[in-house]
Design a protein around this ligand. Structure first.
Ligand code: DAH
Length: 344
């Protein structure tokens, strides 16, 4: 019995002396495990008399339970103090200035394209794409520009062979969309994409640039529909107080053809260097789809009509952001591109 009392006191003292949950776990394994002092004491059982044994056994069990309880209680306090210690040591100084993440941003041309697409998708248009390596058929012939026609000179072309070229305008996609859909009505698409011309690069010319073509075909589509649509475009891109005016022009694939000017967003139409003192800036070409174009694609120009327009997206970017040289859009100087980062 003395031995048991010693065991109890020793065990409880060891549990109490534990300073970490790890240490406590070791004590638990030792005292409640197979080779610990409790089992050691059990061996004494065989030397006891028949009557003494159950009393002894009961005592040992009680000690075991006491240890278990003590270990459980100690565990709770040790865990709490360990968490507190951790919180104290790992505290975060929120007043330290953080590391600035290096964020990328969209290219200004991408921004313009997305803004235009969003506007037209909101108006119920679909976005259509076509190949940049294009057939002469869609780039010229279906656009009512036959072989050897002088109108081909308006667009200096990179030919790959007699029938294949780098498309000179997104009007080629317009011709594909018409052919694919004929004779179904209505058609409402915008076609953004890169186009190519044999131009010498300078501040206002680039051998590769990008356009967004628009095409609507249906019953009773009129020039006034075109005008209303383009007014929306001008206002979305250059501000709600913009006006547009249309001037007669010439394209093979439209009749009548127009050129569209927007009132200058810099001087509000009073006249400044950006608008060369006129108060107006030319932004795009447009017109009513030529009857030949409709019939070549499989539509009956007597029962339907359409309007089309082609916007040069670099031109919109230069005007909108006040960029003085188209080449800035293509040299990919990171210092220039970063000025369009909305997060800096
Ligand atoms: N394709 C013309 C160009 O590149 C732009 C254009 C003008 C497109 C009138 C059209 C249009 O769809 O109707 O210069």
């Amino acid at each position: 019995m003395e031995k048991l009392e010693q065991l109890r006191e020793e065990g409880l003292a060891k549990i109490e002396a534990c300073t970490s949950t790890k240490e406590l776990q070791d004590i638990r394994v030792l005292y409640l495990g197979k080779k610990g002092p409790v089992q050691e004491v059990m061996k004494m059982m065989k030397d006891l008399s028949q009557e003494e044994r159950p009393v002894f056994g009961q005592q040992v069990n009680e000690i075991k339970q006491t240890f278990e309880k003590a270990i459980e209680e100690k565990k709770v306090t040790l865990e709490a103090s360990e968490i507190n210690e951790k919180l104290k040591n790992e505290k975060i100084d929120i007043t330290l200035s953080g590391l600035k993440p290096n964020l990328g941003n969209l290219h200004p041309l991408t921004v313009i394209q997305q803004e235009l697409e969003d506007l037209f998708i909101g108006l119920g248009y679909e976005v259509a794409e076509g190949p940049e390596v294009e057939l002469d058929l869609y780039n010229f012939e279906r656009a009512n520009i036959p072989k050897d026609h002088p109108a081909r000179d308006m667009q200096d072309t990179f030919y790959i062979d007699d029938e294949t070229l780098l498309r000179t305008h997104t009007t080629a996609v317009q011709m594909r969309v018409l052919e694919e859909n004929a004779p179904q009505l209505p058609i409402k698409v915008v076609c953004p994409g890169k186009v190519y011309r044999r131009d010498d690069d300078d501040a206002t010319h680039s051998h590769q640039f990008s356009q967004l073509e628009g095409l609507v075909v249906g019953e009773n589509i009129r020039l006034s529909d075109l005008k209303g649509t383009l007014e929306l475009v001008a206002r979305r891109m250059f501000g709600e107080s913009r006006e547009i005016r249309i001037r007669p022009s010439y394209f093979q694939f439209t009749e009548p053809s127009v050129e569209v000017d927007v009132s200058c967003h810099i001087c509000n139409g009073k006249g400044c260097p950006t608008c060369k003192g006129t108060g107006w800036i030319e932004i795009l070409g447009a017109g009513m789809v030529h009857p030949n174009v409709l019939s070549m694609a499989g539509y009956d120009p007597l029962t339907c009509s359409g309007f089309a327009f082609g916007i040069g997206m670099e031109r919109v970017a230069l005007l909108k952001y006040g960029i003085d040289d188209i080449r800035h859009l293509y040299t990919n100087d990171i210092r220039f591109l970063k000025t369009f980062n909305r997060f800096e």
